[in-house]
Design a binder for this molecule. Sequence first.
Ligand code: GUN
Ligand code: FE
Length: 451
Amino acid sequence: NSSRTHTDVSHVYRGTFVHSTPQTALQVLEDALLGVDTDGKIAFIGKGSEVDTLSQTFGFSATNITQLAPHEFFMPGLVDTHIHASQYSYAGTALDMPLLQWLNTYTFPVESRFKDLEFANKVYTQVVRRTLRNGTTTACYHATIHTEASLLLGQIANDFGQRALVGKVCMDRNNSVKHYKETSQESQEETCRFIAELLNKKYPRVKPVVTPRFAPSCTGALLGQLGAIAKNNNLHIQSHISENVEEVKLVKDMFPESESYTHIYHKYNLLTDKTVMAHGCYLSDEELNLFRETGASLSHCPNSNISLCSGILNVRNVLKHKVKLGLGTDVAGGYSASMLDAVRRALDSSKVLTIQDPEHETLTFEEVFRLATLGGSQALSMDDQTGNFEVGKDFDALRVNVAAPGGPMDLIQSDAPKILLEKFLNLGDDRNIVEVFVAGRKVVPFTDKNE
Ligand code: GUN
Ligand code: FE
């Protein structure tokens, strides 16, 4: 039928769907019917009771519908807006120092090893598998300064079917670990080579992100060059900002002419609507306003903020300033690569703020659920494509079984979907994530090729 404007529907799922919209932190669609087309996009969302008309309109057979069990639901894939793939090897250790000492003592020595592609292949394969297995359908990665290893991370994400932004780290200032820095010229040239070569691979869902490590690791000259590269190629940008008090003071000393930490990045054209900055614990209201005006976003990394004793981000204040915000694991400053952990630490952190000030309006689990999904997509400027279940968006989703055999939860009664989601967010783990989809393709369980 030539009047049909949609492409062919290849999969139809029936059951409970939970997701967020900009207006509603948690929307529950019970006995819904969702169709995915051959391009992996959501073709329709309707009610189970409309199955007859929908199957006629979209030309699928009722026998091809995948029916969820009562204790199962679909939710949007988790979006990790900040993770250091190169630090995964020591995740869960080395949490006994504050940020700047931690970088010099643990981080830079490990990152310098990624010159070795065999080591890089091992670590990057493990981190992509681990995060996908835990429901991270989109990850925004920091790699290292090494172009070849960073390209390899892009290839591995593509091979496993994870949606990813991959950043070759830039740093032309580092006095602690010999050889773990570049000249400004190298950093600029290698960034251009990294971008060109990654784009040349034409991976459908893996993109480069311009990645100055953070202001103290970069000269103003390099920051300016990177801002120009991002602008000329319309690329994403990621970095760190205002994570720890000592760091903020160091930045003040290193860039005495700047009004604030945020103004440094702004001056070098590094604050755009495709920028995501990690942490931001100590940003002033004026700085948050500059984030909103430029469209730049923040990645809240609560595990890391607590593990390195960095600080506690006041998410409520960020949301009040209408700054886009997602969650990040920040492995290995954060010890867990699972976004479920980030959800829990975000809730804990908000409760700590309420303990300190009972007037503080604690985040709800529904709000944090939105940060972990739609908020992350917004923070990465991908919400036109991902983040929730809307017709035309890619089907990035987790099939969750709250009562998975051998899993961490007992099904005591038949709870409402909202309760099942709350239980999963607080108590669930990868055993409850029975299937993961990216752009309609089942990427978990892994296929034999990926084992
Ligand atoms: N600031 C600059 N580099 C890093 C890093 O690798 N991890 C964290 N948490 N903060 C940083
Ligand atoms: Fe980080």
